[in-house]
Write a protein that binds this ligand. Structure first.
Ligand SMILES: CC(C)(COP(=O)(O)OP(=O)(O)OC[C@H]1O[C@@H](n2cnc3c(N)ncnc32)[C@H](O)[C@@H]1OP(=O)(O)O)[C@@H](O)C(=O)NCCC(=O)NCCS
Length: 223
């Protein structure tokens, strides 16, 4: 799989055996580990990288992709389905190698992954639980349209510290199905174009998404 993001030099794609050294170089960073679950190893060794590339390519309901920037794998992005009664929810996660922070890569990758997931995977909801000390990740999610749903107090224990986390979610109905309801509105066509990746303007997308949410809210209130 290989999907272009809105950045011309950035793709999300399957992990490849040749990514091993770049994976170790970018992933072996305490600042990254500190913001992820304990599934993510630290230190991050070549053996970890080999295992990861194998696991990521297994045909399961999990989706794990590399984030490629200027020809090299600089990070990872994925969605893990919840189980049982939560099976329509996907847990959304990503990381970027530190030398590449602040270039809009996570935002571009997250947007491409959301579009891919809602068009191809059976999720009604994508969610990400961000550690309270990670405002950069919250900003990424907000730029992609996720909504901050609330604070889960003392819900995470990382690096010997008990911390709050913040639940962010994006609902498929709001992103995709609602287009039927706003199709005649001024922002609707731009919004749909954005969904298939042809508009690079985040503000237009977020404006349309907010508009869609307000239409839904009004519909609910009047029914
Ligand atoms: C969080 C992370 C993925 C961001 O990657 P990135 O490619 O730098 O993200 P982007 O450049 O797309 O966007 C980052 C945004 O956060 C903002 N930001 C960065 N540091 C911030 C801070 N301390 N407080 C508030 N906002 C901050 C940036 O200004 C930018 O927003 P802007 O475009 O409005 O200016 C990266 O730092 C990372 O991998 N961290 C470790 C792993 C991690 O946190 N994963 C997510 C787990 S939920």
């Amino acid at each position: 799989m290989r999907i272009q993001t809105k950045l011309s030099n950035c793709w999300i794609r399957s992990w490849e055996p040749d990514d091993k050294l770049n994976l170790v170089q970018n992933a072996n960073n305490r600042k990254i580990w500190l913001n992820l679950t304990d599934m993510f190893p630290h230190p991050y060794t070549e053996t970890d990288a080999e295992k990861w590339i194998e696991v990521a390519n297994k045909p399961t309901l999990r989706t794990h992709l590399a984030i490629e920037f200027e020809g090299i794998a600089v990070g990872g992005i994925g969605i893990i389905p919840d189980d049982g009664v939560c099976c329509k929810t996907g847990d959304f996660g990503y990381w970027i190698g530190e030398p590449f922070w602040g270039k809009g890569i996570a935002t571009a990758a997250a947007q491409a992954m959301v579009d891919y997931a809602f068009l191809n995977l059976p999720f009604a909801r994508l969610q990400a639980c961000v550690f309270a000390w990670n405002p950069a990740s919250m900003r990424v999610l907000e730029k992609v349209g996720f909504v901050r749903e609330g604070v889960l107090k003392q819900s995470r224990y990382k690096d010997g510290q008990l911390i709050d986390s913040v639940m962010y979610a994006l609902i498929k109905e709001e992103v995709v199905d609602l287009k039927q309801k706003i199709v005649n509105q001024p922002t609707a066509n731009k919004w749909m174009d954005k969904l298939v990746g042809s508009i690079s303007d985040e503000a237009t997308f977020l404006e349309a998404l907010d508009y869609g949410r307000s239409v839904r809210q009004a519909d609910k209130s009047s029914s």
